[in-house]
Design a protein around this ligand. Structure first.
Ligand SMILES: Nc1ncnc2c1ncn2[C@@H]1O[C@H](COP(=O)(O)OP(=O)(O)OP(=O)(O)O)[C@@H](O)[C@H]1O
Ligand SMILES: [Mg+2]
Length: 306
């Protein structure tokens, strides 16, 4: 059974705003899926649809075979959600909040307490566990809402920008936790984020959305094949023979795209034979960030033509 199955998912808000337009994709269990796209692309709308917080205008979706719009409570039992506005109680301490939500899921108080303490420790919140939520900083709140989303050990976690307010160290520890959840417990993670470098470190597949339209879905290599699957080579030298089709960038640097690394040594040889010194050669596949900008840019151009 697929963790997520979405078919022609469409959401038109009142005022005729088409926030999602015929979006279809599926996700296997244990994947860490990076859902990427600019502001207003439709990411949060998708999370809300997949959790039954809103209903689709057209099409449908299933989470582990459950339709969230007809059985939201069944989806809530197996999913954890972290959005910008997590409901928690300011007057309760961090620990009390977690225990409260644990018992709401039918977990005993003792077990809730045990799980809560482990999560607080994992998210570096132990020193603040007995402090009221009102005294928490934004980043502390964000980590507590992550702990809250995991108190019932969900099969699937929906994280809407979970690291946006976190300092680099906390963001790193949350990312490590996401990776561990997927690899050790087989938890499926649906991660909306703008932080493309982090996404590339932790995600196993991606969906790229813009203006309600899904532009691409798949692994990093699958997305790369949509743009350029070869290598981007940067060379620093004091002399570039004219017959090599290099693009001079700045200073003594030039770049060239090649299909395989076998093409690199002959280029270097030609530079050296022409009397040049080669100071540096780097060869990289396109990063997630480069793929993202390329696909978004292509779509912009297409929109301008139409
Ligand atoms: N309740 C609503 N009523 C009307 N329009 C809405 C509503 N919620 C969202 N929208 C619109 O739907 C579109 C998609 O919004 P959504 O919140 O899903 O984007 P997002 O990808 O999560 O963006 P961000 O990166 O800024 O969080 C936007 O144009 C937004 O203005
Ligand atoms: Mg959003």
């Amino acid at each position: 059974m697929k963790a997520i199955f979405a078919e022609s998912l469409t959401k038109i808000y009142s005022g005729d705003k088409k926030a999602l337009d015929n979006v279809s994709f599926e996700l296997s269990q244990g994947e860490v899926f990076g859902f990427l796209g600019p502001n207003g692309a439709g990411k949060t709308t998708s999370v809300k649809l997949l959790n039954g917080m809103i209903s689709p205008s057209k099409g449908s979706c299933h989470v582990f075979g459950i339709d969230p719009s007809s059985s939201p409570e069944k989806v809530h039992a197996i999913s954890g959600v972290v959005t910008e506005h997590a409901q928690m109680y300011g007057n309760l301490t961090g620990l009390e909040n977690l225990v409260f939500y644990g018992t709401l899921f039918g977990i005993s108080k003792e077990e809730s307490q045990k799980r809560a303490l482990a999560l607080l420790e994992r998210l570096d919140l132990t020193p603040a566990k007995d402090k009221k939520l009102t005294t928490y900083s934004t980043g502390m709140r964000q980590r507590l809402s992550l702990a809250r989303a995991m108190i019932h050990t969900p099969k699937i976690l929906f994280l809407d920008e979970p690291t946006s307010g976190l300092d680099p160290e906390s963001a790193q520890s949350v990312n490590n936790m996401i990776r561990e959840l997927a690899s050790d417990k087989g938890t499926t993670v649906f991660l909306c984020t703008h932080q493309l470098r982090y996404a590339q470190e932790i995600c196993s597949s991606y969906g790229l959305i813009d203006d309600g339209t899904l532009l691409a879905v798949g692994s990093l290599d699958a997305l790369r094949n949509r743009v350029f699957s070869g290598l981007n080579v940067h060379i620093k030298s004091n002399c570039f023979p004219e017959e090599i089709p290099l693009r001079q960038t700045e200073g003594q640097w030039a770049e060239i795209n090649v299909q395989t690394e076998e093409e690199i040594p002959p280029i270097v040889k030609r530079i050296v034979n022409a009397g040049g010194n080669v100071y540096s050669v780097t060869a990289n596949k396109l990063s997630l960030e480069e793929i993202y900008f390329s696909l978004i840019e292509k779509r912009k151009e297409k929109k301008e033509v139409n």
